[in-house]
Design a protein around this ligand. Structure first.
Ligand SMILES: [Zn+2]
Ligand SMILES: [Zn+2]
Length: 238
């Protein structure tokens, strides 16, 4: 594939990606025509190819999978750009290329912060996340339904990807109801985290709350516990 074969519109979209990880993948495909699992691992440190593809597809860029021979003759997966002309009405192989307005709606609902870790982020650092992964939900039609999406930071999005990819439901059952009761799909109210019986609290101290944190840290040091254990101890003694 030559750069010349790509429409100016598509090149424009490719150039608009500035985040380091997807950009590396895009630049590699632009230069070599495709990228293999081997390249992803050895050149770019991706341990999991599908995650690299997700990073790129999340930017609205179609990728197709095909197989090539690795340097030692094994058959391995590779990615190349898909047919951009198939991106119609903002919908791309089941994935929405989101409008600025849609992101604004989500910002109005939850503010400029990550729905998972509750850390405040500028709008550009928040990503639109489909609560139930596409791999489980399949091709959903209601792309304008803000209830199906949430804004998350890059760190939490990555943690979610890792956790979901190691979840039995994601890999086999693919039951959307399981994801709807999972922390990663519904951090506000959940029954499990990727099918494990777990609960999580993300505590962030900001501005005048730093004093509270200092108090915790002092107490924890005095009792020689890590802060999280110290908090649990306080609750146990109640
Ligand atoms: Zn987060
Ligand atoms: Zn999951």
């Amino acid at each position: 594939m030559n750069k010349e074969d790509l429409s100016p519109e598509f090149l424009e979209l490719l150039k608009s990606v500035t985040e380091k990880r997807p950009k590396q993948v895009i630049d590699h495909i632009l230069e070599h025509g495709y990228i293999t699992q081997e390249d992803l691992q050895e050149k770019y440190g991706y341990t999991h190819g599908p995650r690299a593809a997700k990073d790129v597809r999340d930017k609205g860029i179609p990728l197709e999978t095909f197989r090539v021979k690795s340097s030692n003759g094994r058959s391995i997966g590779a990615y190349r750009f898909g047919d951009f002309s198939k991106v119609r009405n903002g919908v791309l192989g089941g994935r929405k290329v989101f409008s600025k307005e849609f992101k604004k709606e989500l910002l109005d609902i939850s503010g400029e912060k990550c729905n998972i870790c509750h850390t405040c982020y500028e709008e550009r650092y928040l990503q639109i996340d489909h609560r139930v992964p596409y791999e489980v939900s399949g091709d959903e039609k209601d792309f304008n339904d803000t209830k199906k999406y949430m804004l998350v930071c890059g760190t939490c999005n990555r943690q979610k990807s890792w956790s979901c990819e190691h979840c039995e439901n994601w890999n086999n059952e693919k039951d959307p109801d399981v994801c709807k009761t999972c922390y990663w799909g519904s951090p506000e109210k959940y029954k499990h985290i990727a099918l494990r019986e777990m609960r999580r609290v993300n505590l962030v101290f900001e501005r005048d709350e730093i004093e509270l944190y200092k108090k915790l840290k002092k107490g924890a040091e005095k009792d020689s516990y890590p802060i999280d254990e110290y908090i649990k101890n306080i609750l146990r003694s109640k």
